[in-house]
Design a protein around this ligand. Structure first.
Ligand code: ADP
Ligand code: MG
Length: 307
């Protein structure tokens, strides 16, 4: 048996195939209360949706096997009626649709993707979680899941890195958590210095040798900057255990870490990954996680340094 899977961007001309997939996929799910409205879709409603915003159709060995509808929601690209037929489940059809949807969102300049899932279907929720989607809203049994797209910028000099921190710092609010990863010398502390300058906090921001975290109070009544340097620690620090005598909800927390430790965190955070290239230029990739960052205009942060 061959597993020839193709993912195609389709318009209203493929409405019949898409409708057939949506109806069959959703009819095969356990009964939900309130029921999913997907079964109410008609040829007309699907054709209209596809003509306006398009969708994806997956074919497996030439036969329709999966589908979804696109729905722009401001700066987010919504995914509706994500359905995969039972016989092809486990072949990666949903993963391929998700990855194509992500590429399209990126190409079209959306800042993230959003979809609705049902709490009664934990396997579905886990599928999206594993792809980096997080819960952003809950309305009864309907869960909204959000995945912001990463943005990468080039930082030519240490001054660019600092300036990037300043422009980012100006957009931060009390309660924000920033996770900086990257090798030693990548520019994590330099970036934090820029953030501290934007916040107008007291004290020099350095790489602390003996202390793991320092609190820099604001000089103007704004939020403090909590700067934790956990680079030398084996695992993620428990921020609550640091005994900082500071309410993290009232502060902006920046944690410097080595590569690959941030994944174990949950909740809203801004992940910043710095990479030092052979020519000494750095690139920074920002991955906003969670609803906090839905409206944050990170694109304009970068235009100041990449333009
Ligand atoms: P980290 O905290 O990740 O270990 P630092 O911020 O201490 O890294 O930076 C290490 C060195 O790299 C500093 O001397 C800093 O000036 C320099 N640096 C930071 N950003 C850049 C950049 N974009 N280009 C060149 N040098 C940089
Ligand atoms: Mg450092």
């Amino acid at each position: 048996m061959s597993d020839d899977i193709t993912v195609e961007v389709v318009d209203g001309s493929r409405a019949a195939d898409v409708l057939a997939v949506v109806h069959e996929a959703f009819a095969n799910r356990p009964p939900l209360d309130p029921p999913a409205t997907a079964l109410e879709e008609t040829l007309e409603s699907v054709r209209e949706a596809l003509s306006q915003h398009g969708g994806l159709l997956v074919e497996h060995d030439g036969a329709p096997a999966g589908a979804l509808l696109f729905e722009p929601r401001g700066r987010l690209l919504g995914l509706r009626r994500v359905g995969v037929l039972a016989p092809v489940r486990g072949l990666g059809v949903a993963a391929q649709m998700a990855s194509r949807a992500r590429e399209i969102a990126q190409e079209l300049g959306f800042t993230g993707l959003e979809l609705e899932a049902r709490v009664e279907l934990p396997a579905t929720i886990n599928f999206w979680r594993n792809l980096g989607y997080v819960e952003s809203e809950r309305n009864g049994n309907r869960l909204t899941m959000l995945r912001m797209l990463p943005i990468t910028h080039r930082l030519e000099t240490a001054e660019d890195t600092r300036a990037f921190g300043e422009h980012l710092g100006a957009r931060l609010e009390a309660g924000d958590l920033l996770i900086l990863t990257g090798d030693l010398g990548a520019g994590k502390t330099t970036l934090t210095q820029g953030i501290g300058a934007a916040l107008g906090v007291r004290g020099a921001i350095t790489s602390p040798t003996f202390v793991i975290a320092r609190v820099h109070p604001s000089l103007s009544g704004g939020p403090s900057l909590v700067h934790a340097d956990a680079y030398r620690l084996d695992g993620p620090p428990e921020l609550d255990d640091l005994d900082l005598d500071t309410d993290l909800d009232q502060a902006i927390t920046v944690v410097e870490w080595g590569e690959g430790v941030a994944e174990s965190l949950s909740g809203d955070r801004l992940e910043l990954s710095l990479h030092r290239h052979r020519d000494d230029v750095r690139t920074i990739t920002l991955t906003p996680v969670g609803p906090r960052w839905r409206e944050l205009d990170l694109g304009s942060v970068g235009s100041l340094t990449s333009g």
